[in-house]
Design a protein around this ligand. Structure first.
Ligand code: DX5
Ligand code: ZN
Length: 219
């Protein structure tokens, strides 16, 4: 399987969101990455259900929804109704992670768990077989445009080993500061999906930037 690209809409133009959604539809990207922040789990607030529903209405690709919120169980059904195909919660935000994962799957969505930069991979040992995706944060969550944390590469290698050992089907996704200086390294380390926000939306030619991340050529 070739790696997947999930452009983060956090860096899109919210004054003309439909244009950026159409751009992603036409691009070689695979998913739409939507960052949901509650101002409690992370020091920022992003957007909620009306925007997700709007994206779902126009998107021709799956919605990869990244919840940076405390106690996400309260809203799992709402995210499913809003159009999430893949729902990722934070390890650090769940007291009963196993139950949360089962709840997500019972609503027909793929289940992901995200790890902050300080959270070690081995903590997923007992749930990795149940997961569809692990999202490794390569910045502290909350904002786009931050600097990539290099230790992420080691974490991805360790996670890949755990996935193989536990015969899990989980994909590895990385999020934060992904650009042409680290994309190849991430794929070589075992990454299956790259999230990129400011690198794509801050570039002159977004379609070409997505294409280069997808092919990893001309990076
Ligand atoms: C950060 C978010 C990311 C963010 C990535 O908390 O989870 O998805 O949009 O943005 P860049 O690619 O600019 O680091
Ligand atoms: Zn994200």
């Amino acid at each position: 399987m070739t790696h997947l690209i999930s452009p983060s809409l956090l860096s899109a133009d919210f004054g003309n969101l439909q244009k950026d959604i159409e751009m992603i539809n036409q691009s070689e990207a695979d998913w739409f990455h939507l960052d949901i922040m509650d101002g409690v789990f992370v020091p920022n607030i992003s957007f909620g259900f009306p925007i997700i529903k709007f994206v779902k209405k126009h998107a021709k690709k799956p919605l990869d929804v990244h919840l940076m919120i405390v106690d996400p169980d309260r809203y799992i059904e709402d995210f499913q109704k809003a159009g999430a195909d893949l729902l990722t919660v934070h390890y650090e935000a769940c007291n009963h992670l196993h139950r949360t994962i089962q709840n997500i799957k019972s609503k027909g969505m793929k289940a992901g768990v995200s790890l902050n930069p300080h959270t070690p991979v081995h903590l997923l040992k007992d749930v990795i077989a149940d997961l569809d995706l692990v999202l490794i944060m390569s910045v502290n969550p909350g904002f786009g445009g931050q600097k990539f944390i290099l230790n992420t590469i080691e974490k991805i290698k360790e996670l890949k080993e755990l996935i193989v050992k536990k015969k899990s089907n989980a994909l590895i996704e990385v999020d934060g500061g992904v650009d042409n200086t680290n994309a190849k390294m991430l794929i070589e380390a075992g990454c299956d999906a790259l999230v990129a926000g400011s690198y794509i939306f801050g570039s002159g030619n977004k379609l070409e930037t997505i294409k280069s991340l997808k092919s990893l050529s001309n990076l």
